[in-house]
Design a protein around this ligand. Structure first.
Ligand SMILES: Cc1cc2nc3c(=O)[nH]c(=O)nc-3n(C[C@H](O)[C@H](O)[C@H](O)COP(=O)(O)O)c2cc1C
Length: 206
């Protein structure tokens, strides 16, 4: 892609303007995602760089209400354990400003839920390198693509995630890493008032 040098900063600024409006949404409208959007967003995610070009990712798209219900029930069971027993006080207080708890209605109300798996070495899959880094970059592209299509996402990470292999019918060498509900925000969706660090707190120039 060739961009004239005099347009480069302006294009970066315009992309930043779009991306700075992305927010994690936890209340979705049930209206469906327009045709083709999820497919193109996944194509975009799959353009990510990956260690040794192994492309160690799999994206499972759930839209069937019965399957989303199973997902919600299983995730809420894990999250009850997390919030009630496993999470440290320190972790719970870091989460408090976000208002999250063990209830995950968005897993049913979002019209689509994309479960992103890391693909590890298995009978038919090669050993990946830098798997987490590669899949993380792919998910970043996925979120950016869906956002610029006007859709909201939630990056959800129930812990542990083994139960997702069964629900998504994936083999043992695939390990779920992210659950991404996608859709339009509900009319009354509320997002917490968060501050993003300014440039001088995140960039060091030497
Ligand atoms: C790796 C990762 C895991 C996350 N897990 C959860 C989660 O399980 N549940 C949740 O409600 N939000 C989760 N989030 C969303 C963050 O809370 C959110 O990105 C952060 O508060 C900043 O808000 P913003 O995305 O609106 O800028 C996660 C985000 C990341 C990057």
């Amino acid at each position: 892609m060739t961009v004239p040098a005099e347009q480069a900063a302006e294009r970066c600024r315009a992309f930043h303007d779009v991306m700075s409006r992305r927010r994690t949404v936890r209340d979705f409208d049930p209206r469906p995602v327009p045709d083709g959007v999820v497919e193109y967003a996944i194509r975009t995610a799959a353009t990510a760089p990956s260690g040794a070009h192994v492309q160690p990712w799999r994206f499972v798209v759930l839209t069937d209400p019965a399957r989303k219900r199973r997902l919600r029930e299983a995730a809420e069971a894990e999250e009850r354990e997390f919030y009630g027993r496993r999470a440290s006080e320190e972790w719970l207080s870091a989460l408090a400003p976000l208002g999250t708890d063990e209830h995950k209605p968005f897993l049913e109300t979002a019209p689509a839920v994309i479960v992103v798996f890391e693909v590890h070495k298995g009978p038919h899959t090669p050993r990946p390198y830098y798997t987490k880094e590669s899949v993380g970059i792919a998910v970043g592209l996925l979120l950016a693509s869906l956002h610029q299509a006007g859709l909201a996402t939630l990056t959800h990470t129930p812990s542990p995630m083994r139960f997702l292999n069964d629900i998504c019918e994936r083999p043992a060498e695939e390990r779920a890493a992210y659950v991404v509900p996608v859709g339009y925000p509900a009319p009354d969706a509320h997002v917490p008032d968060l501050r993003r660090k300014p440039l001088d707190e995140v960039m060091v120039r030497l």
